[in-house]
Design a protein around this ligand. Sequence first.
Ligand SMILES: C[S@@+](CC[C@H](N)C(=O)[O-])C[C@H]1O[C@@H](n2cnc3c(N)ncnc32)[C@H](O)[C@@H]1O
Length: 204
Amino acid sequence: MPDQETTLRQRAKAVKPYRCKNLIAVIENPMDAKNIGTILRNVNALGIDKTYIVDAKRSLPDDWQELRERRSVAKSSVSASKWSFVKRFDSTEDCLSHLEKNRYVSIVTSPHIKGKDNYILHEADYTHPRLAVWFGNESRGISNLAVERSEFCVSIPMFGIVESLNLGTTTGIVLYEITKQRRAYQEKYKRAIRNPGTATQGAA
Ligand SMILES: C[S@@+](CC[C@H](N)C(=O)[O-])C[C@H]1O[C@@H](n2cnc3c(N)ncnc32)[C@H](O)[C@@H]1O
């Protein structure tokens, strides 16, 4: 019977081809540690590599090791925090500059119309080579700076009375659509490399 470490290593190997490369979830000034845990769980489950956290109030420790061991984060992430890469930034500007320097395109999420270009979640294309998806603060939402420096804003349509969805819930819905599109794109691209010419067949 394989031990737990061997089982985890086998699982990590099996899911590796399905993971989404060059995709980052960014949380801007989250207030609730439970939401951070939920987001890390969603990020891990959906095969996303990294989470960036903007923490302007400096309420989180610089050392991720310390944060991942906080009970509220570890518990709500069902220990996904152990397997996650998380980087914190002191400001939205610092995070945007880091992403731009590394040639990432940012997009923001909001229940409201923000900026110049707005899309309903399932109507946008998320196959940019490097993509950072921003989620806003639980009460203030996404900042104007993040909106200004983003390519477009995405909304999940809502048909109830409440103004918005919960932050953690939103990440699950939005990142599911984005990872679904990116996995399909990666698979198509891989097939085209294996069988040159198939990508253009039927295009005429
Ligand atoms: C609780 S909401 C913030 C509500 C805030 N009053 C506002 O104006 O955005 C926290 C975050 O969840 C995401 N969010 C919530 N509902 C959403 C929706 N319907 N579509 C897209 N993102 C949503 C956004 O990232 C938002 O900044």
